[in-house]
Every structure is written in structure tokens, then in C-alpha cells.
Design a protein around this ligand. Structure first.
Ligand SMILES: O=C(O)C1=C[C@@H](OP(=O)(O)O)[C@@H](O)[C@H](O)C1
Ligand SMILES: C=C(OP(=O)(O)O)C(=O)O
Length: 443
């Protein structure tokens, strides 16, 4: 296996989650969005001219994406931007070639967005990854690609590991998929579709479709590089997306801060009754993390979006919430952590698909919060959380970055919480421990 594996000995290491000794008052510069960085890399690799990616996220998931595209022949030069300010990557779309091997790690974006890219390469592309990647749903992408003309060898489950036998081009056309287990099936097919001979028409036929903001992000970013996309929201049929074939432009794109990774820092303001400022919070964005402004306000905070960024202030009280998180599933672990410290119960709904994320997040949150003395029960599609006084203990993280940050939130208010393998935050936020202690004035 190639790529950026987390070192083994960090898996059992325990990190004493710092207890907040005072109200937090900090400005936290949150690194770039994983979801934007990995979409931008794919689109730049498929473009007909070079492009720039400024302030890209440098984390396990994005480095795996860059390594995979490089393995297929794309040039990605890491350096500073054209005006000398900040990190910027130059992407040179110099072809898509096999044979190559791709390590997806446990990155949903890599395992789902790249098989359609591989179908356009001129040789076999082998996909492998962490053990968990074998269990995460991929059938929506694999089955659809076969309908669209690709040859794929897998073990019969439509899951990893597998080989896409790229032939240099893909027919494309209409396809029906059930994306109820991951919005990334839809995003994956749309992102590469301008390069399919007939483009694509994706029709979602499942009962529910999670993470709509992430599909909007895909559509927005496609349009920003010149693709023509018809969506349900632009007057098309419900649950149908169409992409017209055509060349993609090389762009100069600045990546927004990752608003889902801003969550633990905003939560710190909420939990301690303090204030956290996140510079460069975008005024308009498709990122699901933007919904934290509303969710955390309902849970007791208040926020002001200024030209400088988001100013989020806790009131000293934390309220429970009854909320459907289907659109913003990746925010669930952080919301559950805050809810466990609230003054009233919470019900988090619409997130059954989290059982197939980095880990089974509903089971993991239930077990870990309850082992600290909490009272959480799983429902068919979410969690009931009844706050109780918590005590210290080991918070296991199951190689899930958002479990680690959820544990750190609880540790702010509870003595003796120890986070197992905090290094797993490197999936999307390698700087987490430093940013966290910096926020608390403990560096
Ligand atoms: O497209 C994306 O960038 C993402 C989509 C969502 O996936 P699911 O729809 O599988 O939940 C989200 O949870 C994940 O963190 C990132
Ligand atoms: C679900 C997540 O990631 P992935 O892109 O691997 O699906 C996440 O970051 O919460």
C-alpha cells in the first residue's frame, strides 16, 4: 500500500484533553476545507489548462488525493502562490495514465471521486485503502460506472479493493443510483462527467439523500470551471442532475476555511461561555458547517458575521436541541458532544448513514459518552442524549477524526478525559492539538 498511513504507535497513545480553566477568548485560523480542496484537485486534474489552488488543506485526505492524481500522471507542484503569499499548488493536467495504484486511506472523497477519473485513464488503476475503506459503501459509484461503460474488477461486493480498467474515455449517459448511503456517489459522477463522451444524467432513486450542501458544492464548483449542470434547484426534475460534456477551465481558486473543522472551536466558546473568532468565514458558502451559526445559536450561543470573519460567543448556558442533521451529518459528533453537556435533552435525527462513516459514529458516540457517565441511546436514525454529570476516562476514537474532536469538547468541561489516538485528526486537521491548546492559551 502506498501513501500517508498514520504511524501505528499513535493508535493507542492517550492525549489528556485539556480542561478549560477559564472562558475561552481566542482567534483561531482554521485551515482549508477538505471537501473544497479535494473537489478542486479533481476538477483541476480534468481541466484543459493549468490551474492554481491557494490555501489548500494539507491533511491526510488531501495528500492522498494529490498522491493519487500524481500516480495517474497529473502534475501537482506545491509552493507559494503567484503573488508570493501563502501556500499554493499548481496543478498541471498532463494526462491520466495507468497502470497506477491509489491508496484511498479512509477518505470518502478519494474512494468515491477517483474511480470515475480512473475510467478516463489509459490503463488499469488499482484502488486499495485502510481496512475500514473496504466496508464503506461504494456500490453506487461502481455500478453506475459499469452502466456508463467502464470495466471494473472487484470481489463482487462493489466495494474496495478494486481495479478500474481505464480505456482513455467513457461513454457516459443516463444512470440511476441509490445514493441514500452517501451523497458522494452523486458528487463523484458529476465531477468527472464533463469529460464523459455524453456527459451524464444521474437520477437518484433512493428514499433519502443525505448531505445536500455537499452536492451543491459539487455543482457550484463545476459551474465555476465552466461546466454546464442542470439541477433540481435550477428548474430540473427532482433528484436528477445533468452535466453536459465540455472542456473545463483551469482556475485560480482560494480554498475557504473548513467550517466543519471550525466546529470544535466554536463549541469551546459555547461550552466555556467564551468567545472565538474564526477569520475568513465566507459570507456565502455551500459548506454544511455554515449551519453551525444557526445550530449553535439555538444551543445557547450568538454569532456575528463580520467582514473579518465569524465572532461566536457563548452565553454560559448550553441548551439541548431537537434537530434533523441529514444535510449536515458530519457535524453530528461535535453536536452530540455539546449536547452531552447541555441543560436539557437532545434528539439528533436523520443521520442513519453515519453508521457507515469513518466508524459507526452512532454506536461510537453512544458507547464513549456513556462510558464517561452519560445517558445516550441510539435510535433508528440518530441519537437521544440526556445530559448527566460526566466523569473522566478514556475516550476511544476508532480512527475517526471527528470522534477525537468530540472527545476534546467534552474534556473542556470534565476532568480527566483522555483521547485515544488524537493523531487521527490528521485526516482533515493535522494541527488540531496545537490549535486547541493555543486557543486555551496553553502553548
Ligand atoms: O462530498 C463531501 O465532501 C462530503 C460529503 C458527506 O458525505 P456523506 O454524504 O457520505 O455523508 C460528508 O459527510 C463528508 O464528510 C464529505
Ligand atoms: C464523513 C467524513 O469524511 P469522508 O470524506 O471520509 O466521508 C467526515 O469528514 O466527517
Amino acid at each position: 500500500m502506498v501513501g500517508t498511513m498514520a504511524p501505528k504507535d499513535t493508535h493507542t497513545a492517550l492525549w489528556p484533553a485539556p480542561r478549560a480553566s477559564a472562558t475561552v477568548d481566542a482567534t483561531v485560523h482554521v485551515p482549508g476545507s477538505k471537501s473544497v480542496t479535494n473537489r478542486a484537485l479533481v476538477l483541476a486534474a480534468l481541466a484543459s489548462e493549468p490551474g492554481w489552488l491557494r490555501r489548500p488543506l494539507r491533511s491526510r485526505d488531501t495528500l492522498l488525493m494529490a498522491a493519487a492524481l500524481r500516480a495517474m500522471g497529473v502534475g501537482i507542484e506545491e509552493g507559494v502562490g503567484p503573488d508570493g503569499t501563502g501556500e499554493a499548488w499548481r496543478v498541471l493536467p498532463t494526462g491520466l495514465h495507468g497502470p497506477a495504484t491509489v491508496d484511498v486511506g479512509n477518505a470518502g472523497t478519494v474512494m468515491r471521486f477517483l474511480p470515475p477519473v480512473a475510467a478516463l485513464a489509459d490503463g488499469p488503476i488499482r484502488f486499495d485503502g485502510d481496512p475500514r475503506s473496504y466496508e464503506r459503501p461504494l456500490h453506487g459509484v461502481v455500478d453506475a460506472l459499469r452502466v456508463l461503460g467502464a470495466r471494473i474488477d472487484d470481489d463482487g461486493r462493489g466495494a474496495l479493493p478494486l481495479t478500474v480498467h481505464g480505456s482513455g474515455a467513457l461513454d457516459g449517459g443516463p444512470v440511476r443510483i441509490d445514493a441514500s448511503s452517501s451523497s458522494q456517489f452523486v458528487s463523484a459522477l458529476l465531477l468527472s462527467a464533463p469529460r464523459f463522451n455524453q456527459g451524464v444524467e444521474v437520477r437518484h432513486i433512493g428514499s433519502t439523500l443525505p448531505s445536500m450542501p455537499h452536492i451543491r458544492m459539487t455543482v457550484d464548483m463545476l459551474r465555476s470551471v465552466g461546466a454546464q449542470v442542470d439541477t433540481p434547484e435550477s428548474g430540473g426534475e427532482p433528484n436528477v442532475w445533468r452535466v453536459t460534456p465540455g472542456a473545463l477551465l483551469g482556475r485560480d481558486l482560494t480554498v475557504e476555511p473548513d467550517l466543519s473543522n471550525a466546529q470544535p472551536f466554536l463549541a469551546a466558546a459555547l461550552v466555556t461561555g467564551g468567545k472565538v473568532i474564526v477569520p475568513d468565514w465566507p459570507a456565502r458558502t455551500t459548506q454544511p458547517g455554515d449551519q453551525l451559526r444557526e445550530i449553535f445559536t439555538e444551543m445557547g450561543g450568538s454569532c456575528e458575521l463580520t467582514e473579518y470573519g465569524l465572532v461566536f460567543t457563548g452565553s454560559g448556558s448550553i441548551h439541548g436541541i431537537d434537530v434533523d442533521l441529514g444535510e449536515v451529518g458530519e457535524l453530528t459528533p461535535g453536536i452530540a458532544a455539546v449536547a452531552a453537556l447541555a441543560d436539557s435533552p437532545s434528539t439528533l435525527r436523520g443521520v442513519a448513514h453515519l453508521r457507515l462513516h469513518e466508524t459507526d459514529r452512532l454506536a461510537a458516540l453512544t458507547k464513549e459518552i456513556n462510558e464517561l457517565g452519560g445517558d445516550v441511546t441510539e435510535t433508528a436514525d440518530g441519537l437521544h442524549i440526556r445530559p448527566r454529570p460526566l466523569h473522566g476516562g478514556v475516550f476511544h476514537t476508532y480512527d475517526d477524526h471527528r470522534m477525537a474532536t468530540a472527545g476534546a469538547i467534552i474534556g473542556l468541561a470534565v476532568d480527566g478525559v483522555q483521547i485515544e489516538n488524537v493523531a487521527t485528526t490528521a485526516k482533515t486537521l493535522p494541527d488540531f492539538p496545537d490549535l486547541w491548546t493555543g486557543m486555551l492559551g496553553k502553548n
